[in-house]
Design a protein around this ligand. Structure first.
Ligand code: ARG
Length: 475
């Protein structure tokens, strides 16, 4: 119950009392907050071009089917183009009272052309209208993500070819494992981003059906031609079920899922760049173009772009989760909950575009430090596997036994405080008398890398071949 004080009653004699806790700014009880929670125009204005494109296709179909007159359709199309011009010139006044982009556009259309504007919404509902607009928008986002990832792959392949023979340590558990090359490492990401593009393309194929004409949910009694509008808007076909058409957003979910997986790839690479740029690693250097300084520590050169790419992954994965959770309990068909599909999708799309572009920039910018990489590759007895393999090949020793033998050699090297390749022949002989001078040939990191010629392996000749093949497959 409202508490009556002389102060409030003096100020608003007949007004409905506002909520004592949060109602201070409200003049008309629930109406203001209702408008606020209901309106989507602040974000769905981003759909203006798709909304107008869809309306033009709809109007032209209505005329072709003699549902409205050709004269009215002409006026509608002309008026819609003018509305688009106004929006693009920044002269359009968006109104919250008109709720969303659909009603903002239609209301302005009727100001411009008058009565015929009222015929545009024949055989249509905002439910199929928004399903169409959003699908068109996501389709473009998918296509733009594909182009951006192709550019990132180009940057990676160029750099990989330049460094096909640049030795670096390969890690497992972030422990020195076996020598590899910088080019081979970058080509691993080319594969990942290639699969990401494959997922986007798969999503696009399923997405590319036109929901327009499903109307509110059940279809319409007007003799519309859904095949015509589908074709006009670049879809492969109309959607088959009107209920499904207005009530699912799986096309956006698939895009967000593909973007999330790709963002995970970007984030892992970003994390490697952060590690590689540290004073302890110094594997690569980013120029001033992709680093920032510290306001207190003059020596700092921080890989902020990489850190932010890593963080953007969190936002993108968050958007996927947000929309999954919005959708998971909705009964068919449309529910206003689905208006909440747009903000996370827009935000994730922006974040993804930024992250991919920043990563491509960093790849083009980064200079691997070949001397440091080689020295790091030689540390940690990274050619111990090569020693074991040599024993198998040259001495006919079973691999398990050879592994043991190489382990004893590593232990001796550690006792002597040298790397495996720095031991003398006498040292090796003390481990096993059968070892000959020929063993030294396989213990250098260059030999180790070059020897891994198995398909998909690290050998520089392989990497160059892979790079060429990837260019052909992806670019
Ligand atoms: N702004 C709405 C949305 O984004 C448009 C559809 C409104 N439909 C309705 N039945 N109220 O979902």
């Amino acid at each position: 119950m409202a508490r009556k004080t002389s102060k409030t009653s003096a100020r608003s004699a007949n007004a409905r009392p506002a909520n004592a806790l949060w109602g201070g700014r409200f003049s008309g009880g629930m109406a203001a907050i209702m408008e606020q929670i209901n309106a989507s125009i602040d974000f769905d204005r981003r759909l203006y071009a798709e909304d107008i494109q869809g309306s033009i296709a709809h109007a032209e179909m209505l005329a072709a089917q003699s549902i409205i007159s050709k004269v009215d359709a002409k006026a509608i199309v002309k008026g819609l183009k003018r509305v688009q011009g106004e929006i693009e010139a920044g002269r359009f006044k968006f109104s919250r009272a008109l709720e969303d982009i659909h009603m903002n556009v239609e209301s302005r259309l009727s100001e411009i052309i008058g009565k015929p504007a009222g015929r545009l919404h024949t055989a249509r509902s905002r439910n199929d209208q928004v399903a169409l607009d959003f699908r068109l928008w996501v389709r473009r986002a998918v296509d733009e993500a594909d182009v951006a990832l192709a550019d990132l792959q180009t940057a990676l392949i160029d750099k990989a070819e330049a460094h096909a023979g640049t030795i670096m340590p390969g890690f497992t558990h972030l422990q020195s494992a076996q020598p590899t090359t910088f080019g081979h490492h970058l080509m691993a990401y080319v594969e990942m981003f290639g699969r990401d593009r494959g997922r986007l393309r798969d999503a696009r194929r399923r997405l590319n059906e036109c929901p327009l004409g499903a109307a509110a949910l059940a279809g319409t009694s007007f003799p519309i031609d859904r095949h015509r509008t589908a074709k006009a808007l670049g879809f492969d076909r109309p959607t088959a079920n009107s209920l499904d058409s207005v009530s699912d957003r799986d096309f956006a979910l698939e895009f967000l899922a593909a973007a999330s997986i790709s963002a995970v790839h970007l984030s892992r690479f970003a994390e490697e760049i952060v590690i590689w740029c540290s004073a302890q690693f110094r594997f690569v250097k980013l120029s001033d173009a992709f680093t920032t300084g510290s306001s207190i520590m003059p020596q700092k050169r921080n890989p902020d772009a990489a850190e932010l790419v890593r963080a953007k992954a969190g936002r993108i994965i968050g958007a996927l989760n947000a929309l999954l959770i919005v959708m998971k309990g909705l009964p068919l068909t449309y529910g206003k909950d689905m208006q909440e599909d747009k903000e996370p999708t827009f935000d994730a799309t922006d974040a993804f575009a930024l992250a991919v572009a920043a990563m491509a920039g960093m790849v083009r910018d980064m200079q691997p430090n070949a001397a440091v990489l080689r020295a790091a590759a030689a540390q940690g007895h990274a050619t111990a596997t090569d020693l074991a393999d040599w024993c198998v090949r040259s001495l006919g020793i079973p691999f398990r036994e050879a592994h043991h033998l190489a382990g004893r050699a590593v232990r001796l090297a550690e006792q002597k405080g040298v790397d495996l390749a720095e031991m003398t022949l006498a040292d090796f002989r003390s481990v096993d008398r059968r070892i000959t001078r020929a063993v030294f040939k396989v213990l250098t990191v260059e030999r180790s890398a070059a020897s891994r010629t198995s398909y998909g392996g690290t050998a520089p000749a392989n990497v160059r071949r892979q790079a060429k093949a990837a260019r052909k497959a992806w670019l």
